[in-house]
Write a protein that binds this ligand. Structure first.
Ligand SMILES: Nc1nc2c(ncn2[C@@H]2O[C@H](COP(=O)(O)OP(=O)(O)OP(=O)(O)O)[C@@H](O)[C@H]2O)c(=O)[nH]1
Ligand SMILES: [Mg+2]
Length: 351
C-alpha cells in the first residue's frame, strides 16, 4: 500500500487494535490480521491484473493477435521483420520506437540463432519490457507533508478524473487529502472537482470561475499546511501545448506552489490521453519545457487499440510513465508496471 509504506500510517482497522488484550490473544489477532491483509493484497492485485487485462483488450486484439498471425508457421526472414515493424507502427509505437524494437529483434535472432518465427514473440515481449523499464519509476516516496501533486495536460486528457482516482487511493490509506480547483477557466470545472470532493469526502479549495489560478494554488498550499493535510492535489485547466501564454501561466502556478511550499513539488504529472496518438510525444516535450514534469499518467488505455503509445513515450521521452488509466472507475488507475503491462498485453497469466 502506497501510503502505509511511505508514511508508516496504518489503516483504521489496525490503528484501533485494543491495547489491553492479553498478550497471546493480541498475538493471535495480529497474526490473523496479517493473514487477512496478505490475502486482501493478493485478491486486490489479481483484481488489478484483471482490470488491466480487460482495459488492454482492444490493443491486445489489434496488436498481439496480429503478431501471432504474422509469426505463425514462418521462418525468420527480412520480410517478417518488415511486417512486424508495420504492426508496431499501427499500434502507435511510432516509427522510431518500432524501428528500434525490430532492430533489437534482428540482433537477437542472429545472436541466438532463432529460425522459427514463433520464438520471436517471447523475444519481442522481453524487449518491450526492457524498453518500458528504461525510465520506469513509481510515484515518489513522500518525505514531508503535504505531499504535493500538480496535474497538467491538454483539454480533456483525463486530469480531473485522474485526480479523483488518486484522491480515492490516498483516502483508502487514511491520508488526509485536499484538492485544489486550479481550473478556473473552463465553465463547470470547479463544480466537477467539487462533486468528486464531496463524493470522496475530502476537502476542496476553490475560488470563483475566472479567478487567477496562481491565487488558488497559493491558498491551497497554505491551507494544506494549516490543516495538516497529508496530500494536496492541484488541478489545472486543460491547455494546448502550442499556446505559449497558457504555458507560461502554468509555469507561474508551478512557481507559486514551489515558493509557498519552500521546496520542490513531489510530483508534476502530465496526463496524456492514450487515444491521441503521436501528438502525445509533442505534449510531453513542450509541457516539460514549461514545468519540471516528474512523470506521465496515461489515461483511456481501455478506449484504444493503440496502446503502443506507451512504448513511444517510454522510449522517446526522458520521463517515466507512472500511472495508467484503464477505465472510468476509481479502481481503474494503476501504478504502471512494465512486466504486468506486457503480460496483460500478451495474454499471459500473472505468476
Ligand atoms: N475510458 C476512460 N475514460 C476516461 C479515463 N480517464 C478519464 N476518462 C474520461 O475522459 C473524460 C475527460 O476527463 P476529465 O478528467 O474531465 O479530463 P480533463 O483533462 O480534466 O479535461 P479538461 O478539464 O476539460 O481539460 C471524462 O469523460 C472521463 O470519464 C480512462 O482511463 N478511461
Ligand atoms: Mg479537468
Amino acid at each position: 500500500m502506497f501510503w502505509k509504506r511511505m508514511f508508516g500510517k496504518k489503516p483504521a482497522a489496525e490503528q484501533t487494535a485494543p491495547e489491553q488484550e492479553p498478550e497471546q490473544l493480541q498475538e493471535q489477532q495480529q497474526e490473523e490480521q496479517h493473514e487477512q491483509s496478505v490475502e486482501e493484497e493478493q485478491q486486490k492485485s489479481s483484481g488489478f491484473f484483471k482490470r488491466l487485462v480487460s482495459g488492454l483488450e482492444k490493443t491486445k486484439q489489434q496488436f498481439v493477435s496480429k503478431v501471432e498471425q504474422i509469426t505463425t508457421g514462418r521462418k525468420v526472414d527480412e520480410s517478417l521483420f518488415e511486417e512486424l515493424e508495420e504492426v508496431l507502427i499501427q499500434a502507435d509505437c511510432g516509427v522510431t520506437t518500432a524501428m528500434f524494437l525490430v532492430d533489437q529483434l534482428r540482433d537477437r535472432a542472429r545472436e541466438e540463432k532463432i529460425t522459427a518465427a514463433e520464438e520471436l514473440r517471447k523475444v519481442l515481449m522481453e524487449e518491450m519490457v526492457a524498453l518500458l523499464e528504461k525510465n520506469a519509476a513509481p510515484l515518489k516516496t513522500p518525505e514531508e507533508s503535504p505531499y504535493v501533486i500538480m496535474v497538467v495536460g491538454v483539454n480533456g486528457a483525463g486530469k480531473t478524473t485522474t485526480i479523483a482516482k488518486l484522491a480515492y487511493r490516498f483516502k483508502q490509506e487514511n491520508a488526509k487529502v485536499l484538492l485544489a480547483a486550479g481550473d478556473t477557466f473552463r465553465a463547470g470545472a470547479i463544480e466537477q472537482l467539487g462533486v468528486w470532493a464531496q463524493r470522496l469526502n475530502v476537502d476542496l479549495i476553490a475560488h470563483q470561475e475566472g479567478a487567477d489560478p496562481a491565487a488558488v494554488a497559493f491558498d491551497a498550499v497554505n491551507a494544506a499546511k494549516a490543516r495538516g493535510s497529508d496530500v494536496l492535489i492541484l488541478d489545472t485547466a486543460g491547455r494546448l501545448q502550442t499556446k505559449v501564454n497558457l504555458m507560461s501561466e502554468l509555469a507561474k502556478v508551478h512557481r507559486v506552489v514551489q515558493r509557498e511550499l519552500g521546496r520542490d513539488l513531489d510530483e508534476v504529472l502530465l496526463v496524456v490521453d492514450a487515444t491521441t496518438g503521436q501528438n502525445a510525444l509533442s505534449q510531453g516535450k513542450i509541457f516539460a519545457e514549461a514545468v519540471p514534469l516528474t512523470g506521465i499518467a496515461l489515461t483511456k488505455l481501455d478506449g484504444t487499440a493503440k496502446g503502443g503509445i506507451v512504448l513511444a513515450l517510454a522510449n522517446e521521452l526522458d520521463l517515466a510513465v507512472k500511472l495508467v488509466g484503464v477505465g472510468e472507475q476509481y479502481e481503474d488507475l494503476q501504478d504502471f508496471d512494465a512486466r504486468s503491462f506486457a503480460a496483460a498485453l500478451f495474454g499471459e497469466t500473472q505468476e
